[in-house]
Design a protein around this ligand. Structure first.
Ligand SMILES: [Zn+2]
Length: 205
């Protein structure tokens, strides 16, 4: 479906089609693939060991990430049982904290920079533990089959805007433990597109 055609579709009509769960109809009729898009804020995934070091047996709270001339405060912990610790921040924050050469994490830990994490109780030095989040699409296995998408495939999404329509490329498809389909963009990207949280966007393979 061309962008012009996509923009000409009545927004309520798209919403209705998605909300009644007619992904099958959309996909089969070749009318395009849709997902709700959300802004994800900076967050940390902690390994069991690092979580234990930072919080002990206390409830897990927010952490601070020490940059070179400033501290990124109150970063939430998204998960505490990860294989390794990874903090995902935006390029705006990286500039503020002077994390030079921040890369987008697409599965290679060597792309991550070193950083220091601080809880109210302890400081942990993290080797290769900070990067920017890759754009990604979470999708259930069932919907992935209907959409014809496979895990790790790269797709594009168009965020319509009156004067600022933006196409995001290199979105990584993550087929897994979710019941629906959601596009996740970081705060820099979502703000640049003036994304309304939960907005329905058109995906392109
Ligand atoms: Zn996500």
């Amino acid at each position: 479906m061309s962008l012009k055609e996509h923009e000409s579709i009545n927004r309520d009509e798209i919403r209705r089609r998605v909300e009644i769960g007619s992904f099958t109809i959309c996909a089969k009729a070749g009318e395009g693939l849709y997902a709700r898009a959300f802004m994800i804020k900076s967050h940390a995934h902690l390994s069991k060991e690092d979580q234990k070091k930072l919080f002990g047996d206390r409830p897990v709270g927010l952490i601070d990430v020490c940059g070179f001339n400033t501290v990124l405060r109150n970063i939430p912990v998204a998960s505490g049982n990860s294989e390794f610790s990874l903090v995902e921040i935006t390029f705006t924050e990286a500039t503020k904290a002077r994390f030079k050469g921040l890369k987008i994490y697409t599965g290679n830990r060597d792309d991550c920079l070193d950083c220091t994490l601080e809880s109210p109780h302890r400081i942990v030095e993290l080797e290769k533990g900070i990067a920017a989040a890759a754009r990604h699409l979470h999708i259930s296995p069932g919907l992935a089959a209907i959409y014809g998408l496979s895990d790790q495939q790269r797709i594009s999404a168009t965020i319509p805007g009156e004067e600022r329509t933006i196409e995001f490329k290199n979105i990584i498809v993550l087929v897994g433990d979710i019941e629906t389909v959601e596009l996740h963009l970081d705060a820099d990207e979502a703000l640049s597109a003036n994304l309304e949280d939960g907005q329905i966007v058109c995906l392109e393979k």
